[in-house]
Design a protein around this ligand. Structure first.
Ligand SMILES: C[S@@+](CC[C@H](N)C(=O)[O-])C[C@H]1O[C@@H](n2cnc3c(N)ncnc32)[C@H](O)[C@@H]1O
Length: 251
């Protein structure tokens, strides 16, 4: 009789896991990202300030926003909202993220930035953000998002679609090791964690071995300025995501 109870219990546990696993993973990842974003180090903040330094001189395609000296930004894969502090006063912000469990953290963070007008949190992927109108956005932003997107070419086409003519795409992404002679150990660990799927399992599909520069260069932007560099992250857990790409592409 006890074997029957064991089998029934096992079936119930498997059923519960199957039904709620994906949601549990998304909840865990949102909580993890919130925890990791609590104390960004000073060098990291300086570096990000540099990435976004020219945002303040962008001019809106929208005459009304131009009068107000404001711009409209779309941030893709916004997560908990770690980039508010880099956005110019008066920014109209629309954000996209497929993980609904980020919204509570995002709402909490946005309250600290009354100078930014957060207009919409759209729960969808970058590949499927058809609800964002064509040519309606002055600046698109992504930070640490390409690593998790299934179809990055489709995402780039969507970015080009929503940007107004002359609009800019600002990006800062972690990429695969690019100096494989000096940092062969990092390259090997990145390869191991990606081919075994361990990193993707821990970080909701994130892959360590991507480099999106070529895709961005070939997507159809009129100008692309980009730089591969090592991000100044101190904590040991971040050593694998130090190789980075930052830049601005113009429609
Ligand atoms: C590593 S987190 C980075 C969050 C935030 N941008 C940051 O810099 O802290 C990756 C984010 O990309 C989102 N994401 C994953 N797949 C996506 C997709 N296909 N389209 C848009 N966002 C996606 C995740 O839900 C998550 O919020």
């Amino acid at each position: 009789m006890s074997w029957l109870v064991t089998v029934v219990c096992a079936v119930v546990v498997i059923w519960i896991l199957k039904k709620y696993w994906s949601d549990l993973r998304k909840r865990y990842f949102a909580a993890l990202m919130n925890y990791l974003s609590q104390d960004e180090d000073a060098k990291m903040l300086e570096m990000k300030k540099e990435v976004f330094a020219t945002l303040g001189s962008e001019v809106s395609h929208d005459p009304q926003l131009r009068k107000e000296n404001a711009i409209k930004i779309l941030e893709i894969g916004v997560g908990t909202g770690v980039n508010f502090e880099f956005y110019p006063d008066g920014t109209r912000l629309v954000v996209v993220d497929p993980n609904p469990h980020f919204k509570a953290y995002y709402d909490n963070n946005r309250k600290k930035f009354p100078n930014i007008h957060s207009e919409e949190f759209i729960i969808t992927t970058a590949e499927n953000m058809d609800m964002v109108p064509d040519s309606s956005i002055d600046v698109v932003v992504t930070t640490h998002v390409f690593c998790s997107v299934h179809n990055t070419k489709k995402m780039l086409q969507q970015i080009l679609r929503v940007l107004a003519p002359g609009g800019k795409f600002y990006f800062y992404e972690h990429i695969k090791e690019f100096d494989t002679e000096r940092h062969s150990t990092r390259q090997k660990i990145q390869d191991f964690l990606t081919t075994t799927g361990i990193w993707q399992f821990l970080f909701d599909g994130c892959e360590l071995t991507r480099d999106m520069l070529e895709d961005i260069q070939e997507a159809g932007f009129t100008k692309v300025q980009a730089l591969r560099f090592y991000c100044p992250m101190e904590h040991f857990i971040f050593q694998l995501v130090k190789p980075s790409l930052k830049g601005v592409a113009q429609k």
